[in-house]
Ligand binder design. Structure first.
Ligand SMILES: [Cu+2]
Length: 409
């Protein structure tokens, strides 16, 4: 709460000092969304826990556990949406810093953040899907319909950011074929690689599994199996953590006034951590699909581990080891940079693979470049449709699997 209030005060001060005119810059606008969600989340947590405290003292005679759980998850789930909104803001920042994007349509991106603000908290209801006190209708309404408007927000960012990257790279002259821009992107720049890996793992694995687990009927296939930790290792651990790891490398010179050390490690770190988390999430999801319970060491309740489960759990284990290595690399790079080396005086944002900061050095993309026929984001459009096909296949496969649990002859 103190951090959030400090953030709000900083915005007011920046406005008074005339550091921005009109509405907030897009990245700050996204962070503002995160801050508002954080305020709501913390107050909802208090609404759950404060009455519980008085109940435990005997001052409050009764406390309906259904109400408690509803409020508790109104705190528990939105706590992750704070990460989400902050992560998407960092995506825009990384895209701007490493490629020098200009949002395709800034109002469109802002609207997507507003959709988070109004609709994403409904996601909390998915934690109550097997609670006995709530009706099927309540569960189905609260985990779908309006909830999908928040998913729409993510879909809007999922098009907007790759499209902006493609336009900016095409404007730099990488126009060959559908994906020439992607091949020539700055893959050695950790800010870029962590952006792309974060978006891929978050969307293609985390988002798709999340919407599926959040649907009342198909959730019943996998409720409380390892598929759940698989989902949030793709969203929070892969997506959010990776985006912030990439971002750290550029703010060390700004905040600590120290040059970034171990730069060659920093180039590899997002790949090692990202690949490790890919294996971790996939290993968990595939294990969960086979019925491996979470929170219980005994998978079959008979002390037996089927062979196929052994393989998916081994993939999970190998991935976890790789991810931990990536995590240790990250901590080492950050500590070495902060604790050793001379202090930098006034520091610009420095890219690792070059010396320039596209925000300051390269001219902003002109309206002409944005509208140029040769710069249009055709490749990003193909990627978006490929994503939708994958989404549909995964989603409907789950309904098909659910259908197979009943045998009608
Ligand atoms: Cu949740």
């Amino acid at each position: 709460m103190i951090t959030v209030i400090t953030f709000f005060i900083n915005i007011v001060v920046a406005k008074r000092e005339g550091r921005f005119s009109g509405s907030l810059p897009l990245v700050v606008f996204g962070l503002m969304t995160a801050a508002i969600l954080a305020t709501y989340t913390l107050l909802e947590g208090a609404a759950a826990i404060v009455p519980a405290f008085f109940w435990s003292l005997g001052i409050l005679k009764t406390y309906d556990p259904g109400i408690y759980r509803n409020f508790f998850w109104g705190f528990g789930h939105p706590a992750q949406q704070v990460n989400l909104a902050a992560m998407v803001s960092i995506w825009y920042a990384l895209a701007q810093m490493t490629v020098g994007i200009r949002p395709v349509n800034e109002k469109f991106s802002r609207l997507a953040f507003i959709l988070y603000l109004f609709f994403i908290n409904l996601g909390s209801a998915h934690h109550l899907l097997v609670d006995p006190g709530l009706s099927f209708a309540w569960k189905a309404v609260n985990t779908s319909y309006a909830m999908y408007l928040a998913v729409l927000g993510s879909m809007m960012h999922a098009f907007s950011i790759p499209a902006a990257l493609e336009i900016a790279l095409r404007a730099k002259g990488y126009r060959k074929g559908l994906f020439g821009w992607l091949r020539n992107a700055p893959w050695g720049e950790p800010g870029f690689s962590s952006l792309v890996l974060s978006m891929f793992l978050f969307g293609w694995i985390g988002g798709v599994t999340g919407v599926t687990i959040g649907t009342e009927q198909i959730n019943m296939l996998v409720h409380n199996t390892l598929r759940l930790p698989g989902h949030f290792h793709a969203t929070v651990v892969s997506g959010t953590t990776l985006a912030f790891m990439g971002f750290t490398y550029y703010v060390i010179p700004l905040i600590f006034r120290k040059e970034l050390k171990l730069k060659s490690w920093a180039k590899w770190q997002p790949y090692i951590f990202g690949f490790g988390m890919l294996l971790t999430s996939m290993g968990m999801i595939v294990s969960g699909l086979q019925g491996v319970a979470r929170r219980n060491w005994d998978i079959t309740f008979a002390g037996v581990v089927p062979g196929t489960v052994e393989i998916s759990l081994a993939v999970f284990g190998v991935g976890a080891i790789l991810a931990v290595i990536g995590g240790i690399m990250y901590v080492t790079i950050v500590l070495t940079s902060i604790l050793t080396g001379p202090r930098l005086e006034a520091s610009n944002l420095l890219l690792l693979t070059g010396t320039h900061n596209p925000i300051i050095d390269s001219t902003k993309l002109t309206d002409h470049q944005m509208e140029d026929k040769q710069n249009q984001p055709k490749g990003a459009l193909v990627l978006v449709f490929a994503f939708l096909v994958w989404f549909a296949i995964y989603y409907f496969t789950n309904w098909w699997l659910l259908g197979r649990t009943w045998f009608i002859r």
